[in-house]
Write a protein that binds this ligand. Sequence first.
Ligand code: C5P
Length: 408
Amino acid sequence: MDGKRILLIVGGGIAAYKSLELIRLLAKDGIGARVILTKAGAEFVTPLSLAALSGDKVYQELFSLTDEAEMGHIELSRSADLVVVSPATADLMAKAANGLANDLASTALLATDKPVLMAPAMNVRMWSHAATKRNVAQLRADGVTVMEPDVGPMACGEFGPGRLPEPEAIAKQIRAMLSGPTGIGPLEGFRAVITAGPTREPLDPVRFISNHSSGKQGYAIAEALARLGADVRLVTGPTQLPIPDGVTAIRVETAVEMNDAAKSQLPADIFVGVAAVADWRPATRAQGKLKLKGGTEEKVALQLVENPDILKSIGTRKKDRPRLVIGFAAETNDVEKHAKGKLTRKGADWVIANDVSGDVMGGTDNEVLLVSKAGTERWPRMAKAEVALKLADRIAAHFFDPESSAAE
Ligand code: C5P
């Protein structure tokens, strides 16, 4: 990591002092930091201590004659490989989400052409406020990586999500984001094959067997991986969703087509099986439309044959097996037990399991377990889009920071 540099924007908040620890951790890896300190940030940490640790002057004013003579704010915003905001306050995120530029920090965020990482810290109610949620969603849609805050007791006496992630966790994320060959995305040069949506199994030219899968979770994962720089091949059954930017889609109808299409995209580094593949297909497909006998209520037998298990055949592949194979498991009981069974049976490295006995199916939120051979991680309830972002970050960390995963 020698020679890599971040621009660290220190916002206001009790957690601002943790930026000192962050700078120290990064320096150990040879990552330099140039610091912008906001007015509110300066209430919590002194420019002097930041300057001492970063070994550079600390930038505070938008209109400073000496700074502008040395380095203008535009140049400052582009002088690093990555821009990091820590702590990212509700105010700073609101400004960045709306493109405001009325101080040095917000101007640098608007002027930069580099990837941006934000580590939020704020009161739990501020974090869960609809306005902050909107701003976070907007920032993510704009390509900013927004970390999930930690959950715990807060300086203000309340409890919940809003604490700044630990400096070590922020440093890991920074290392992952700086690891890509171009520095644009950590998964640059990686290929990911993802299956998503339902499959349709035809009975005759006009009828099929299918399921209610919307494709939302798979498309969100495809988008999140593409945003980290991966070359994403999305093998998708019929859905109503637009193909995310930067993703190559291969549209299929049946499980057999999905199986062939997924394999045609190998070799790949990552495989994520999110599709709700129909387990069976009609044994025969009638050439013409099947006809009724005419209200006789006669029992009609439908013969089914099993479809190929795409995840299993890719997970247990001898040649060209992707380095990371991930499956999904929707269960109604004994979630962890069933997920572990699936892990072994299907040769997957990770299984993302969830309990669908509640309101998850078709809903926007999800509460999942990440199950691997080494253990189980329980993720808090979050939006499906956030599950996708977190999973993409974890995938990147798996390749660049083997110590990253508690479950590995
Ligand atoms: O066995 P079950 O259907 O619960 O397993 C779910 C996982 O296996 C998902 O990742 C799904 O995409 C994958 N799968 C598959 N091909 C099948 C059935 C499931 O790839 N025929």
